[in-house]
Design a protein around this ligand. Sequence first.
Ligand SMILES: Cc1ncc(COP(=O)(O)O)c(C=O)c1O
Length: 506
Amino acid sequence: MYDYIKKILTARVYDVAIESPLEVMSRLSRRLNNRVLLKREDLQPVFSFKLRGAYNKMANLPRAALEKGVICASAGNHAQGVALSAQRLGAKATIVMPRTTPAIKIQAVRDRGGKIVLFGDNYDEAYQHARQLEAEKGLTFIHPYDDPDVIAGQGTIGMEILRQHPDHIEAIFIAVGGGGLIAGIAAFIKYLRPEIKIIGVEPDDAASMYQALKQDRRVVLDQVGIFADGVAVRQVGEETFRLARERVDEMIVVSTDEICAAIKDIFDDTRAIAEPAGALGAAGLKKYVERTGVTGANLIALNCGANINFDRLRHVAERAELGERREALLAVTIPEQPGSFRRFCQTIGKRSITEFNYRYADTRQAQVFAGIQLTEGDGEKNRIIETLREHSYPVLDLSDNEMAKLHIRYMVGGHAPGLRDELLYRFEFPERPGALLQFLTGMAHDWNISLFHYRNHGSDHGRVLVGIQVSTAERGQFDQFIHKLGYPYADETDNPAYRLFLDSRG
Ligand SMILES: Cc1ncc(COP(=O)(O)O)c(C=O)c1O
């Protein structure tokens, strides 16, 4: 134990790292009835804490080893930490990255002067190749977590936390990949303040430390989810496991949707975007508060990284409300007849509808894919389902159905066999609570709605695509009706995309 304290106190990190701020998250604190603080490791020069461990390890190497060169395997944050440290120390760095590494991360390493070798399709293959090059070329391998100097470098975060917050702390929530970060922080905190709980957080599809501690051995996971790519590790380190066994109080696992909700919480409080692994601490903290019911405590979450591709924010925004249990996704079967669509909306009541996908299937019934905003979580969702069933609508809850959330929601549609006289219109209406129901009530008429697509995109205007069956004889009457409706619209019946993908005439 003493060894680590000495190593942490004398660690060389501040040549490259900043002492990151510890900030109060006011909004989340109010919501959770606790004082929540966020350690901003996302503000480090490479946008993650990883340079602490990498630099400390490399600064302790003999000059000759630095001159010969260092090597590492990494798809992201460690690579950038090693490249920056090598640049500062005047060393040569070879970074082996899987061929699947996003271009933005390859570029970030290249910008720091690192030599990149692209090899294999995943981290394990890149790792094996790096170890082979290490032996062949006499390079020094910089491990991403399983090395006392790397662990000590990460441990300086624990030292900063105690300096920045000398008062009572109930718990610190830390993302776990290979375990270097939590091992270093736990080593320092448990030595000086053993009463502070050290809680690790992992995604439920990459829970290697959770499983290892549960089974008391370093299990190798068959597969790991890569949403939180910073912590996608199949097996935790040997030394990190030894330290975690002694000093970690608890592990919490969270879902992808809960991670997305935490990214939003961090954004709401700080206007900073965390990468998925970076938001794990906050996600675990929220789950801990929910489970224990603790109030009035000081709780610290680590935001350990911000290296996220901009494109991924689309998925994050898509899932954040679901992760907060503020949205329910339901498949509801309704009778295929004029007016049934509107009656279904009235049953849902004044709640905001976040998504509404429907396509005529046959003459008897239709399936609706509906997203409904919740203000009271799962209890409210269950009440909605009960009400719909009382009104004889068969309902399937899709809120936790990954396949439906990833694919089916985008696939509701297709050519409707046997459907006649369909016109396709696109509308815009001002977006506010109840706006969709109002729109539908305005549409209330004897014409049958055969297609409906709506998704709330958080903008000030709702956009819907509607298919309506109108016979040639009724066309004049329909044109008048649509004009009187008062919403901006466009006739899309001749749009070639409609013809290709939806039109029943194929
Ligand atoms: C952003 C982020 N968070 C957490 C971790 C996990 O750190 P460790 O492997 O030391 O557990 C990593 C590792 O690369 C990371 O990049």
